[in-house]
Design a protein around this ligand. Structure first.
Ligand SMILES: Nc1ncnc2c1ncn2[C@@H]1O[C@H](COP(=O)(O)OP(=O)(O)OP(=O)(O)O)[C@@H](O)[C@H]1O
Ligand SMILES: CC(=O)N[C@H]1[C@@H]2OC[C@@H](O2)[C@@H](O)[C@@H]1O[C@H](C)C(=O)O
Length: 487
């Protein structure tokens, strides 16, 4: 989605936000940052990890006091403060979300970590890039030469997005300890043990001079997980509360929910993909306008139609909804072919464009309520559902979702309403996941992905010729980041 500059958005939203002090997400007055709450709970991941990483209070540091330019600043006895960039390109293929953040705390340490958003940007993909990515979703057209070329082209675009958001945050590349880049998923086949994200990390590292962590998902797949969803680990770190059970619902191309029980440890958190998010809504908007619209902006099309119960009844029968959790999905199931079948059937039933849009919008909302009934309600009564992702900007979808969840006694709020950012959340998550990767700390949640055990995620690329990038990495290594925990 083509978003305005983050500062403007944040300011505008701040005016309308109904900050809920009970939610464990604090927004900095200055810049819309996040700070993790509930960090007092010790966890399996945290307990005893990397003791003495920063020395006892007052002990001389390895590198002395704050070192501007080393990517971090650190004073005696203080916790490590560093800057990181997170890049996310989701299944909607709308572009690159880039977040520059400040991170304080020890990954995997007792005190937890806090993250503050410094700047956010969304860089829409050039039209030809978006078009070609859609072609690469078709395995027959995703030939090695095309995938290889796009891998490098995206690497360059990601690097430029990172440099841009770094500038916007008032930082220079030398200040940044790591870029975490999710990449663009072009195929996701967890049942076959693989997933493919492209956007070459080596290119990002070379072009920015900053170490880059990419390819987060394969390490989880390698230990039996789905490789998705990965954001729940960061949601556990940043959102958990002692007294309320939260559902964090993302509505991107695909919908996914994270269940964060009141007072939970990491082993209690679970998550799964609920089904299509905006994917079908975008698809209908595009199909009925001959490609002129990439989304149903403001839910305008759906608002003019009505959901058709016959078609809905048929779509609800899709086997995905009943599959046991953990589970993840993508365009392989809910992509172009599925959409064409829906539109064909809708036409048979005499539906207008607007009715089709209203029907797939209602289906997305229904799938989230249905997932609650099947996989959550018997275990936890949720206090609040916090919705992020671009779907939260679709008022028709939000209306339908609020109705679904009200029937189940669950209040629905947007990320903005609790001081977060629907746009920036996943990019922030990949900055934090990269920070954990640099610290060689596990960052998957086995209960979310189905992995047999925690795994250190990501593939690191370092630009060795860049003195400051290397220096930043050295500084992290010297503080114990090289310790690999037994798995
Ligand atoms: N103003 C708006 N009105 C309606 N829909 C919107 C609006 N803004 C964004 N969206 C929807 O949000 C989508 C983008 O959401 P988002 O960026 O969260 O997805 P993503 O990160 O690509 O997906 P995923 O989380 O599945 O990887 C758009 O494709 C569109 O459907
Ligand atoms: C394979 C893949 O890219 N999956 C995405 C997708 O988009 C939403 C949902 O499906 C989620 O499972 C995941 O992304 C988020 C960022 C995650 O890993 O948490």
């Amino acid at each position: 989605m083509a978003m305005p500059e983050s500062g403007e958005v944040a300011d505008e939203r701040r005016g309308t936000a109904t900050a809920d002090p009970a939610v464990a997400v604090e927004r900095s007055e200055a810049d819309g940052g996040f700070k993790g709450g509930g960090q007092q709970q010790r966890s399996r991941f945290e307990a005893g990890s990397m003791p003495g990483m920063f020395g006892e209070k007052g002990e001389p540091s390895l590198l002395g006091a704050s070192e501007p330019g080393a990517g971090i600043s650190w004073e005696k006895g203080e916790q490590l403060r560093r800057y990181a960039v997170g890049l996310m390109s989701g299944t909607s293929v709308d572009g690159i979300d880039a977040a520059a953040v400040e991170i304080i705390g020890v990954p995997g340490g007792d005190g937890g970590v806090s993250v503050r958003l410094l700047a956010f940007e969304n860089k829409p993909y050039p039209a030809d890039v978006r078009r070609e990515i859609f072609e690469l979703f078709d395995p027959a057209r995703a030939t090695v030469d095309r995938v290889g070329a796009m891998n490098v082209r995206l690497g360059r675009l990601y690097a430029d997005a990172a440099l841009s958001v770094i500038g916007k945050a008032g930082l220079s590349p030398a200040d940044v300890s790591v870029v975490g880049s999710h990449g663009q998923t072009i195929y996701h086949a967890p049942e076959a043990g693989f997933t493919v994200q492209i956007g070459e990390g080596a290119v990002i590292a070379a072009r920015t001079g900053i170490p880059c962590v990419s390819d987060f998902r394969p390490a989880d797949l390698a230990v039996g997980g789905q490789g998705a969803p990965l954001v729940p680990f960061t949601e556990y770190l940043l959102y958990r509360e002692p007294d309320r059970t939260l559902l964090l619902q993302n509505i991107g191309g695909i919908g996914n929910v994270t269940v964060i029980p009141a007072g939970c440890g990491p082993e209690d958190v679970y998550a799964f993909d609920t089904g299509p998010g905006n994917m079908l809504i975008d698809g209908v908007a595009s199909l009925v306008t001959g490609g002129a619209l990439a989304m149903d902006a403001g839910g305008a099309l759906a608002a003019r139609g009505s959901a058709n119960e016959t078609l809905l009844g048929e779509l609800r029968q899709d086997a995905y909804y009943a599959l046991p959790v953990p589970k993840s999905t993508g365009r392989e199931r809910f992509g172009a072919d599925y959409l064409e079948r829906i539109v064909r059937r809708g036409r048979e039933l005499g539906l207008s464009d607007a009715d089709l849009a209203a029907t797939v919008t209602r289906l997305t909302a229904w799938s989230i309520g249905d997932a609650y009934d099947r996989f959550i309600a018997a275990r936890y009564a949720a206090d609040l559902m916090i919705v992020g992702g671009g779907g939260s900007y679709n008022p028709v979808l939000m209306r339908d979702l609020a109705a679904e969840m009200a029937a189940r006694g669950v209040t629905v709020a947007t990320q903005e309403a609790v001081g977060g950012s629907s746009d920036a959340k996943e990019a922030i998550a990949f900055a934090l996941l990269a920070d954990y990767a640099m610290a060689r700390q596990p960052a998957n949640l086995p209960a979310a992905t189905g992995a047999a055990r925690p795994a250190v995620l990501g593939r690191s690329r370092t630009e060795h010729s860049t003195r400051l990038g290397l220096q930043a990495r050295q500084a992290l290594l010297e503080r114990g980041y090289s310790r690999v925990r037994a798995q």
